[in-house]
Write a protein of this length. Structure first.
Length: 186
């Protein structure tokens, strides 16, 4: 099945594959049990000029994807991890084939989650052009809103990881400015 095109998915693939972004996102996911798809959506809203979410919009996001992410995405991720670590009595080549198929299903599940996120909060691009730093602050404010809802506060090492993601998302933003902006999350 082909998924419908959406600029959020395209943005996510591009940003996630930039230097160090995937590793930083996985670090934050593992430390704080956050949903990287929601973080990417928060970044996309800011980067694309769609601004800062409201609490009601964040609640709509959560309602749209929490169960899907918890049951399907995390479930597939757990199966994939188990296949990597366990079942040494199963021929490795066959186990790796099944693991690869599970990984494809996990990516499809995340793709669908991203479409659900985009449908839950449809914000137009602001009519006035916003500068790079303003859009980066909007993106960080969106992530801050999400983390507050989850009861998460970043420690300094987490802030450095997020600043790297922010700097890679907003090319042209210096590492120092990215860290300054990311510090609102501490």
């Amino acid at each position: 099945m082909d998924f419908p095109d959406h600029p959020f998915w395209d943005f996510s693939l591009e940003v996630y594959h930039r230097e160090g972004v995937g590793a930083a996102c996985l670090h934050l996911q593992e430390r704080h049990a956050i949903d990287v798809n929601v973080v990417l959506f928060c970044l996309w809203l800011g980067e694309s000029g769609r601004g800062v979410m409201t609490g009601d919009e964040l609640a709509a996001l959560a309602g749209a994807v929490e169960d899907w992410h918890k049951v399907v995405v995390r479930g597939l991720r757990a199966v994939r991890a188990t296949l990597k670590q366990d079942f040494s009595d199963v021929p490795k080549k066959l186990r790796e084939h099944v693991r690869g198929e599970v990984q494809k299903a996990e990516i499809d599940a995340e793709h669908l989650e991203q479409l659900l996120l985009a449908a839950a909060v449809e914000r137009p691009v602001a009519p006035e052009a916003r500068g790079l730093e303003d859009r980066a602050r909007d993106a960080a404010a969106n992530v801050d809103l999400y983390l507050d809802r989850r009861g998460v506060r970043f420690e300094p090492a987490d802030t450095v990881q997020f600043a790297h993601v922010l700097g890679q998302t907003f090319e042209g933003l210096s590492a120092r400015r990215a860290l300054d902006i990311a510090e609102i999350l501490m």
